[in-house]
Design a protein around this ligand. Structure first.
Ligand code: GLN
Length: 473
């Protein structure tokens, strides 16, 4: 069977009778098996995927299928699917089975997507390389010695290697866009509140958003449109009506685009990525777009503010995994305190423990004002400046990451270097604005890289249309 790279192609062949959904799912299952070494899938939901495929084949015959008919989709292992396991790639939730569907799962299934399995990621979505998974690292399909990025590494590689048509991940500080950049595909982080977080295992609740990974902007627009919108189960999900993003992609009037001087001049930016970025800007100018540098003199504050706030939120979100309410309970424990201490020490990996401790520290009585409350104030300044830029510009364009993927093992013992991975992506999460990474080409080292478009809150429609015009795919 051919390697499908867009939903449109799949649906054309389904409608003409060239293929069936069951054949499509069988094809992906075979391909996942052949690419087991990538370690992208933690589990294939063979029985339920084939059952759903048969159901969609029937609907196709009757003409009653939903808009995602034929879309075979993987879910990051922190998005719930009723009666299926979900572990956040953590030992503490190993073999835990969800008793409900995440809202995004319900919405894609209603439109006849087929969920094929759960995808590897960093434990509780904490990481930038997928090396923090309790179930092994993931290989970048462009070069097996390199990381796929993280935390949604499995979601990115599954799409990159054609093991499913699209996938969903979560993005708290870059976990969709950075792996999309490292793997040469499209990844979208929606506006905070555009997509319900119900059924997403929480990392940092005021940052987390679910979004799609796809081969092209068209599929991303459609998937985002399906999962967006109000939800009674998540009060932070916006009531604002959802636009038809997929119908707005042809818009290509000249735009006002800002690029952040401090990003482009930052020391860590790979010279070749910088050069290609300037070429892109020249190309856009030639097409009539207005491009201007802007100042955002806060680069040094982004990562500290992000890590103070997210670890604080994580320390409280992860309190529920205590060996009593959920998940792993130590066999060694003999009393209540021992149950907590041993279960959490055995269940959580090193990075998760580091963040729980950091978060507990910044929230503790004596340090709250010095860290947590100061970081909140910095977040406000960062958000206000971002909003101010969008008063004069349609989009902010940056490289998604300062570099291409790094080698497996290269940064794992150096948390600070790992945290600096997020330098260009965390701004969107701190400010709550939408952002997308689109493929920008292949570096002379053979690895892909991406460019990021950020837009003002709820401007996903124009952002996707612009991303389509600059995408190299
Ligand atoms: N790399 C960032 C972190 O470790 C981002 C993670 C994410 O977006 N989930 O927190």
């Amino acid at each position: 069977m051919k390697d499908y790279r867009s939903l449109k192609e799949v649906q054309t062949d389904l409608k003409s009778g060239l293929i069936t959904c069951v054949q499509l799912v069988e094809h992906y299952i075979e391909k996942i098996e052949k690419n087991k070494h990538l370690n992208a899938f933690l589990e294939v939901f063979q029985a339920s995927a084939l059952a759903k495929a048969a159901e969609v084949d029937e609907k196709l015959k009757k003409g009653t299928m939903g808009v995602l008919a034929g879309a075979v989709i993987g879910l990051k292992d922190n998005i719930c699917y009723k009666d299926h396991r979900v572990s956040a790639a953590s030992k503490i939730l190993k073999d835990y089975e969800s008793i409900f569907d995440a809202t995004i799962t319900t919405r894609i299934l209603e439109e006849d997507a087929i969920v094929i399995g759960r995808l590897n990621c960093d434990e509780f979505a904490m990481g930038s390389s997928n090396e923090n998974s309790a179930f092994g690292h993931v290989q970048n399909a462009a070069n097996p010695e390199y990381v796929p990025g993280g935390s949604s590494g499995g979601s990115a590689v599954a799409v990159q290697a054609g093991l499913c048509l699209a996938s969903f991940g979560s993005d708290t500080g870059g976990s969709i866009r950075q792996p999309a950049s490292f793997c040469g595909i499209v990844g979208v982080k929606p506006t905070y509140g555009r997509v319900s977080r119900h059924g997403l295992i929480a990392y940092a609740s005021s940052f987390d958003q679910i979004g799609p990974f796809t081969n092209n902007v068209e599929d991303a627009a459609l998937l985002l449109q399906v999962v967006s919108g109000q939800d009674d189960y998540d009060t932070t999900a916006s009531k604002r009506p959802v636009e038809k993003y997929a119908d707005q992609l042809e818009e290509n009037k000249p735009k006002k685009i800002a690029y952040i001087r401090q990003c482009i001049e930052s020391e860590g930016l790979d010279p070749e990525i910088k050069e290609r970025f300037h070429e892109k800007l020249d190309g856009l100018r030639a097409k009539g777009h207005e491009i201007e540098p802007v100042d955002y003199p806060f680069l040094d504050y982004l990562i500290p503010a992000y890590y103070v706030l997210t670890t604080a939120e994580a320390s409280s979100n992860l309190a529920r995994f205590d060996g009593v309410h959920f998940g792993h309970r130590s066999a060694e424990a003999t009393d209540i305190e021992g149950t907590y201490v041993l279960s959490r020490s055995e269940g959580f990996g090193e990075e998760v423990q580091r963040r729980i401790m950091l978060g507990t520290f910044v929230l503790s009585a004596g340090y709250y004002d010095a860290y947590y409350s100061k970081a909140q104030k910095i977040r406000r300044i960062l958000r206000d400046r971002t909003r101010e830029i969008f008063q004069n510009f349609d989009f902010i364009l940056t490289p998604t990451c300062p570099t291409t993927a790094f080698k497996i093992g290269e940064n794992i013992d150096d948390p600070i270097t790992m945290y600096l991975q997020d330098i260009f992506t965390v701004q969107a999460n701190l400010a709550g604005v939408p952002a997308i990474s689109v493929p920008a080409g292949i570096h002379s080292n053979g690895l892909p890289f991406g460019f990021q478009v950020m837009a003002a809150e709820f401007q996903e429609g124009p952002m996707l249309a612009f991303a389509k015009t600059i995408s190299n795919n």
